[in-house]
Design a protein around this ligand. Structure first.
Ligand code: PMT
Length: 398
């Protein structure tokens, strides 16, 4: 996770939106961040330091001239400790203080003394936000590199409607996660397909398979953890979207093909974990087919081979296919690797209880032109990390 072990100093100034800061602390800690809270005097009228102490698991700081704190963790210490200073909410008054470099309370003194990036989430009456002086202050802070998140618009605590609401804690956490994304795949775009496709026969029936999407979703999570910018194109599954991943839901092989092709030119790595239907009905009946006959014949046609088309582009990304086989795993996988001109293929046995389709676990044999590696049976989440690590090593060699 990108903010795991990140030292975040959360400043809270005096706004009714301070109640959201409690949830923000909890969510930051859920993501593994270490959070210390500094409150202005006004903020303590909206939410108690005790609440934030309980949630952060750390002493909350409020006073600039605190004899105990100056002995141990004074404003300079806090300024040095922070890897990022986030002020949420920041009031119009505190925004002005920052603009003019005041340092007459603990939080403003820390902002002046720190070299950590400063991020602020304004919350104020919509007229105060719109006022020329606040807008000028915000612009000057932005010019100095301060990141301003929001405010959002909507109904306000004062009864008015407009722009001035603090962003939701989850939105702030997501911003921080993107901001501090790091890892060997940082700056790389990874496109992944997952899940089954559905090929309609009539309005109520379709051809599909047992893919649950777990393998592809786990790979997407692993790639995001390694710092990649991940887009996941998923057929119909019942999984929640992975964190830090851009999701696109599709239905049929044709939709998946179009979604992949629209994004492939900007992708560095393509991983095809989806179980795309190989055939689809030539015609889809517009009404439910009646069971009048003893036999019914469907004429099927090949679907576009997404993986082969990507690998055969003039400038293909690093292309990784999957092979799902019930026998001759290595032979069939190597043959797909060569025929489709892939950089790598991950082969799994399917039709066996407990691995492959619709299971928590799997085992993979990974092949590339002059090598292979066995990844023994384990949870798909673990396997995905191992696979992405191998992909990364091979990709970085190209
Ligand atoms: O989703 P889970 O329940 O977690 O199960 C995981 C899985 C078994 C589906 C996964 O590990 C897997 O093997 N995915 C590929 C399944 C498959 O369709 O294999 P295949 O051997 O038929 O296809 C070879 C490759 O071509 C695959 O990368 C496939 O995505 C791709 N393909 C196939 C047909 C097609 N029209 N377009 C394609 O891109």
């Amino acid at each position: 996770m990108s903010i795991t072990n990140k030292k975040i100093l959360l400043g809270i100034s005096g706004s009714i939106a301070a109640y959201k800061s409690a949830d923000l602390v909890r969510r930051l800690r859920d993501q593994g961040a270490i959070v210390r809270v500094v409150m202005t005097n006004a903020a303590t009228h909206f939410i108690t330091p005790l609440t934030l102490q309980a949630l952060s698991g750390q002493r909350v700081h409020t006073d600039l001239l605190d004899a105990d704190a100056e002995m141990a963790m004074g404003h300079i210490e806090l300024a040095r400790w922070a890897e990022v200073v986030l002020i949420a909410p920041i009031t119009a008054d505190f925004l002005a203080k920052l603009t003019y470099g005041h340092a007459d309370d603990l939080l403003s003194a820390i902002c002046l003394a720190t070299t950590a990036p400063l991020i602020v989430a304004p919350a104020m009456n919509q007229q105060m936000w719109q006022s020329r002086i606040t807008q000028e202050n915000a612009e000057r802070l932005q010019q100095r590199g301060v990141k301003i998140l929001g405010p959002a618009s909507g109904s306000q605590a004062c009864g008015e409607t407009g722009t001035g609401r603090m962003l939701e804690p989850l939105e702030l956490v997501q911003f921080l996660q993107n901001e501090f994304k790091s890892g060997p795949l940082q700056g790389k775009k990874v496109l992944i397909t997952a899940g089954p496709t559905r090929e309609d026969i009539d309005p109520v029936r379709f051809i599909s398979n047992r893919s649950s999407g777990r393998m592809g979703y786990a790979i997407a999570t692993a790639a995001a953890t390694f710092g990649a910018e991940v887009t996941l194109i998923s057929g119909p599954v019942s999984l929640s979207p992975p964190q830090d991943v851009q999701m696109l839901s599709v239905y049929s092989s044709q939709e998946m093909y179009e979604a992949v092709m629209a994004r492939i030119s900007t992708s560095d790595i393509f991983i095809a974990a989806a179980a795309v239907a190989d055939y689809r009905p030539v015609q889809q009946a517009s009404q439910k087919i009646k069971k009048n006959e003893a036999h019914l014949q469907l004429t099927l046609e090949r679907t576009p081979d997404i993986l082969a088309q990507v690998a055969n582009l003039a400038t293909p990304p690093f292309t990784v296919g999957f092979a799902a086989e019930t026998e001759h795993l290595a032979d069939y996988a190597r043959s797909k690797l060569e025929k489709k001109k892939l950089d790598m293929i991950a082969a799994n046995l399917v039709g066996i209880e407990g691995i492959g389709f619709d299971s928590e676990e799997n085992a993979l044999s990974v092949f590339w032109a002059d090598g292979c590696i066995e990844l023994p049976r384990t949870y798909k989440k673990m396997l995905a990390n191992q696979l992405v690590e191998i992909i990364m090593q091979r990709y970085l060699l190209t």
